[in-house]
Design a protein around this ligand. Structure first.
Ligand SMILES: [Zn+2]
Ligand SMILES: [Zn+2]
Ligand SMILES: [Zn+2]
Length: 771
């Protein structure tokens, strides 16, 4: 180095906040400083990372230029604050031990798919981690699922019980090493190990549990595999008998199974995927991506009956990679190990107890899963990735808010529950918790609430909940004392969630279409067009009310709601209609349901759009009884893909008060007339979808005429229907609306905790409604 005087030297301090701890940030800064010939130091601080660099001005500039551009893959910078300092006498760049005098406010990383560097080492016979199923580094591996408490270091994870061997420890201590402070660092000598167990939990004496598990799968057996956020049940996806056996044992009728492929190279054998879809599959979050099944893909139909989409994902742990490479198969069914809607199994003994009679063997290990976390699910629509389930890989990354708020806990809905904690200007959603009517899920809910508050170090005194008095989350919230409670209407929460992630303020037209949500009039809402801001909403329009004979029973039996619509429009004498689906219903049950409707017994009124889909599906003969949520609507949508018809069924816009009611008389007139003409069901389905999209655009135009609003937010579970979403979005855009949708959180009920939190923030914070 040439001689320089202190006059040439520049010293800068940089405060970095964001996801900068436990992600290899300090070694990265260290290397970058070395490359730029700078002295100084880097250290973790309570709010993130502090860097001081010193050197020639141009070198410092170079460093500052490269820093944000070259950060490690898992790091995220929220803010970078720069200060000038006086140069000091200094000869090297150092990594200082953490400044842990105040509670840290750093972001915790989600779990990350194994990186290419680790995969290369794992495949190298001369590497000491050759074929080691738990290889990881600062750029990859488990995080959230092994975390007990903060700050994130090994002692507070389930790696605490594994003492590093000298070789691992040396890597861990070396700032220049890829594994510097990699908390889950491990190897064959010191880290977790695999075992193969019998269904009764006896360890089988096999030298290579992984190869043996692969052999069992080859033979057509079902193996429970312990993963990152829980167990999967695995079988060969090409083996029809194995897939059927798994369905039967798991009591999972027809609901699609996800498939893990050996590698991206075999994707073309099964699916049609564009670049955006491939990017999602290969992203470090590794979600399940819904992709169109290729015609002639050699897979048993029982993987996803009557569904054109396959849920595909790629290996994300080293164990998955090894398993896929160890057997003669290119695709495995990998479905969450649980019974029907119970939470995913995470403990070894729990797996033995709960998977009796389901799995033929268990591939387990001794690294405990501390946080249950299901696979995330993503689909692509209008060239955009949308999360249907936001869990492993995304949690606990926060959703950025526009304004800071006091700490808030929002407890979500009943189905597909998530909870949300707001800390300052960030909203942290929990992993997917599931359906709370299930006792195990309810316990999981309580655990998730507790854990999220602990790792964020906030105890919110504001709790937001859904208005439905029977939701378990609502009852839990109402049972709190010493907190301020804020009840939020279900569909208002949907729209507020959509506004929040799109950073909208003021008022919008909110279209919330879903299955069930408690309305302010006590009816079951679900086809709602709101004029809303964060503070409040007005119901501008809704689908007409029909009785829902049997309440929840009608959700499982779409024929009931079909009968309800028919009685409403055509009276009691259904025999005259000559509809084939009616002939298949037991005459006595049909009479009972008609009586329920007539007398209003156990028949709450509903404006649900999901139920309208059910009714049309039943009348068209697609499905009278469902085996999983929304099955009738999904199958109706799938059929529309086989049609290119341009027609649209009419729906009626009927004035009601200062708004509108969407009537369905003309719709059913046309459906019945088309059925009499033996019109194809795919055409019928397409006309129904287009009709819905058309009437919603027309309605938006009327609301715009009244209010001059031109921003439309779409939310609710019905928008999992890609066809409806795309037709509506296209129609609204063609009519010059700005259309906003979800990409960060699900449009379904997994997203409402975010909306509840935002409504509570505005109500309690006294933020006035924008004009
Ligand atoms: Zn790695
Ligand atoms: Zn080791
Ligand atoms: Zn909903």
């Amino acid at each position: 180095m040439t001689e320089m005087t202190s006059a040439d030297l520049v010293r800068k301090a940089i405060d970095v906040t964001g996801m900068v701890q436990g992600v290899g940030f300090r070694p990265f800064v260290y290397r970058l400083a070395q490359e730029c010939s700078l002295t100084g130091f880097v250290a973790n601080s309570p709010s993130g990372v502090v860097v001081e660099v010193q050197g020639l001005g141009e070198r410092v500039d170079q460093f500052l230029d490269r820093l944000p551009k070259e950060i490690p893959p898992l790091a995220r910078i929220t803010s970078l604050i720069l200060r000038g300092l006086d140069p000091q006498k200094e000869s090297s760049f150092r990594i200082l031990s953490s400044l842990l005098d105040a509670p840290p406010r750093v972001l915790i990383s989600p779990d990350v798919a194994v990186c290419d560097d680790c995969l290369r080492e794992m495949a190298n016979p001369r590497d000491r981690r050759f074929r080691y199923p738990f290889i990881n580094c600062t750029n990859c591996g488990p995080r959230f699922t092994i975390l007990r408490d903060i700050p994130y270091d090994r002692a507070r994870t389930s790696m605490a019980r594994f003492k590093m061997c000298p070789a691992c420890q040396a890597e861990y201590d070396d700032p220049g090493n890829r594994r510097f402070h990699a908390q889950p660092n491990a190897c064959w000598d010191c880290g977790p190990q695999l075992q193969l167990w019998s269904p009764e939990g006896h360890r089988w004496d096999v030298s290579e549990p992984l190869r043996e598990a692969a052999r069992l799968i080859e033979k057509g057996l079902v193996v429970a595999v312990k993963g990152l956020g829980g167990f999967h049940l695995a079988c060969n996806a090409r083996d029809e008998a194995a897939v059927d056996r798994l369905r039967e044992r798991k009591k999972r009728v027809e609901k699609p199974f996800a498939i893990m492929l050996g590698s991206i190279e075999v994707l073309d054998r099964f699916c049609i995927a564009d670049e955006a879809a491939r990017r999602q599959l290969l992203s470090f979050e590794r979600p399940i991506v819904l992709l169109l099944r290729k015609a002639g893909a050699a897979l048993p139909t029982s993987i996803a009956p009557r569904n054109q989409y396959l849920g595909i994902f790629l290996p994300y742990t080293p164990l998955h990679h090894l398993l896929m490479a160890s057997g003669k198969f290119d695709a495995l069914v990998m479905t969450s190990a649980n019974l029907s809607e119970e939470p995913i199994v995470i403990e070894n003994q729990e797996a033995v107890d709960r998977l009796q009679g389901i799995s033929d063997a268990l591939l387990v290990h001794d690294r405990e899963i501390v946080r249950r976390c299901d696979d995330s699910v993503v689909r692509l629509a209008c060239h955009q990735a949308q999360k249907l389930r936001r869990s492993r890989g995304y949690v606990p990354v926060p959703v950025a808010l526009d304004h800071a708020a006091p700490p808030i806990l929002a407890v979500g809905g009943e189905l597909k529950n998530t909870v949300c904690v707001v800390r300052e200007a960030e909203a942290f959603l929990s992993q997917h918790i599931g359906d709370l009517e299930n006792f195990e899920s309810y316990r999981f809910f309580e655990e998730a609430v507790e854990h999220l508050q602990r790792i964020l170090e906030v105890r919110p005194s504001i709790v937001a909940y859904d208005l439905h008095p029977d939701y378990f989350s609502t009852r839990w919230a109402l049972g709190r004392s010493g907190v301020q409670l804020v009840g939020v209407q279900h569909h208002h929460a949907h729209i507020a969630a959509c506004m929040a992630e799109n950073h909208l303020d003021g008022s919008v037209i909110g279209m919330a279409l879903d299955g069930t949500g408690y309305g302010t009039d006590g009816a079951i809402w679900g086809g709602e067009v709101l004029v809303a801001d964060y503070l409040d909403f007005q119901r501008a329009a809704h689908f007409e009310y029909v009785p829902l004979p049997g309440g929840a029973a009608a959700i499982h039996e779409p024929w009931r709601v079909a009968v309800s619509y028919l009685v409403r429009h055509y009276g009691d004498d259904l025999g005259n209609l000559e509809l084939p689906f009616l002939k298949q219903i037991d005459a006595r049950r049909l009479r009972v349901v008609q009586k329920m409707i007539e007398r209003g017994v156990h028949s709450p009124h509903t404006s649900s759009c999901g139920r309208l889909f059910d009714a049309v599906a039943a009348i068209a003969g697609v499905r009278s009884i469902v085996n999983y949520e929304a099955q009738a609507a999904i199958e109706l949508e799938m059929l529309a893909h086989d049609s290119s018809d341009e027609d649209a069924y009419p729906l009626d816009l009927l004035p009601e008060g200062s708004g509108w009611q969407i009537g369905t008389r003309s719709l059913f007139d046309r459906i019945l007339s088309d059925l009499r003409k033996q019109e194809s069901v795919p055409n019928l389905s397409r006309r129904f979808h287009r009709g819905l999209a058309r009437v919603l655009v027309e309605l938006s135009e009327k609301i715009r005429d009244q209010t001059h609003m031109h921003r439309v937010c779409l939310s609710g579970g019905c928008f999992q229907n890609t066809l409806l979403f795309e037709m509506l979005q296209e129609g609204l855009r063609a009519s010059s609306f700005e259309v906003y949708f979800h990409s960060e959180v699900p449009a379904g009920d997994g997203g409402i905790s975010l909306g509840q939190a935002l409504v509570a923030a505005h109500r309690v914070g006294g933020r006035a409604a924008a004009p």
